[in-house]
Design a protein around this ligand. Structure first.
Ligand SMILES: Nc1ncnc2c1ncn2[C@@H]1O[C@H](COP(=O)(O)OP(=O)(O)OP(=O)(O)O)[C@@H](O)[C@H]1O
Ligand SMILES: [Mg+2]
Length: 267
C-alpha cells in the first residue's frame, strides 16, 4: 500500500527554565528522532504512557507546533510548504476533550458551517446559504446526530454527542487523513464503543486513513492492524498489533499490556 503520510527524523524538544536562572534549562525530548508512515486506508495505532510524546506528534502533523528537525510528507509533498488551508483540507484532528475543542459561544450550525464555507472557498465551489445548511444537515446525519440542532450550542449535548459534533466538524472538510488523539478517553465505556464504531463506518464510507492515538493497547489492537509504541519520545516497538499484543518485545509494551483491565467491554 502507498504511503499517505510519511514522517522522517522528526524532533521536537521543549526547553524549560529551571529556577531563577535562565541558563539552567531542562530539555524535554518530547519527540526524539521519529520516523514512520501511514498507509492509504490504514488506521495506524499509536500507544504509549502519559507524556511519551503522542500528542506532540499529532500537533506537529497538523502544524499547531513546529519541529526543530525532520520532515513530514503528505502524498510525497512536504507539508512545511503547504498553506494552512491546504493542510487543513487534507488532514483534520479529533481531540480528546470535545467540550474544550468546541467554541461554547458558537452554535453547531456556525461551527460546522464555517468549515463548509472554508472548504467551498478552497475548492472554488459557490454555494448558497440554503445549500450550506443542507450540507451541514447531511454531515450531522452522517455522524448520527439529529439534523435540527443547527441553532443549539455545545453545552446542550452529552459527551458522546459532543464528540460526534467534533467528528462532524472534521468530516466537513472532507479530509483524507484524521488524527484522532484519544478521541474516546473522556467518554463512558458504552459510548466509547458507539464512537469507535462510527469512526470505523466513516473510514469505509469516505475512504479515510487514521492515526489513532490511545493509552489503551486493547482498543488499538481492535482498531489497527499495525501499531507503534512510544516511550519517552522514541518509538520502542512497531509492527502488527496482534503480534505485539501476543508477544511484546519491549518492557514498556509489556507494562502497557499488563495495565489493560481484564474485563474487555469492547468485544
Ligand atoms: N508546550 C510544551 N511545553 C513544554 N513541554 C511540553 C509541551 N508540550 C508537551 N510537553 C512535554 O512533552 C512531553 C510529551 O507530551 P505529550 O503531550 O506529547 O505526551 P502524550 O503522550 O500525549 O501524553 P498523554 O497520554 O498524557 O496525553 C511531556 O513531558 C510534556 O510535559
Ligand atoms: Mg496526549
Amino acid at each position: 500500500m502507498e504511503d499517505l503520510l510519511e514522517i522522517k527524523d522528526l524532533k521536537k524538544y521543549f526547553f524549560l527554565k529551571k529556577g531563577l536562572f535562565s541558563f539552567n534549562k531542562e530539555t524535554i525530548k518530547a519527540v526524539d528522532n521519529i520516523s514512520f508512515s501511514i498507509k492509504k486506508g490504514e488506521i495506524l495505532g499509536l500507544v504509549g504512557e502519559s507524556g511519551s510524546g503522542k500528542s506532540t506528534i499529532a500537533k506537529l502533523i497538523v502544524r499547531l507546533i513546529y519541529p526543530q528537525e525532520g520532515k513530514i510528507f503528505f502524498k510525497k509533498e512536504e507539508i512545511g510548504k503547504f498553506s494552512r488551508e491546504k493542510l487543513s483540507k487534507n488532514v483534520q484532528m479529533i481531540f480528546q476533550d470535545p467540550f474544550a475543542s468546541l467554541n461554547p459561544k458558537l452554535s453547531i450550525g456556525t461551527i460546522i458551517g464555517e468549515v463548509v464555507r472554508v472548504r467551498n472557498k478552497i475548492s472554488g465551489e459557490i454555494c448558497s446559504k440554503g445549500e450550506v445548511r443542507e450540507e451541514i444537515k447531511r454531515i450531522l446525519a452522517t455522524v448520527g446526530l439529529p439534523i435540527n440542532i443547527l441553532s443549539d450550542y455545545p453545552h446542550q449535548f452529552s459527551g458522546g454527542q459532543r464528540q460526534r459534533i467534533g467528528i462532524a466538524r472534521a468530516l466537513a472538510m472532507r479530509p483524507r487523513l484524521i488524527i484522532a488523539d484519544e478521541p474516546v478517553s473522556s467518554l463512558d465505556i458504552s459510548i466509547q464503543a458507539q464512537i469507535i464504531n462510527l469512526l470505523l463506518d466513516l473510514k469505509e464510507e469516505f475512504n479515510l486513513s487514521f492515526l489513532f492515538i490511545a493509552h489503551d493497547l486493547n482498543l488499538v489492537k481492535y482498531l489497527s492492524q499495525r501499531m507503534l509504541v512510544m516511550y519517552k519520545g522514541k518509538i520502542v516497538e512497531e509492527g502488527l498489533s496482534e503480534e505485539i499484543y501476543r508477544n511484546p518485545q519491549n518492557l514498556y509494551t509489556q507494562q502497557l499490556i499488563e495495565s489493560i483491565p481484564k474485563i474487555k467491554y469492547w468485544l
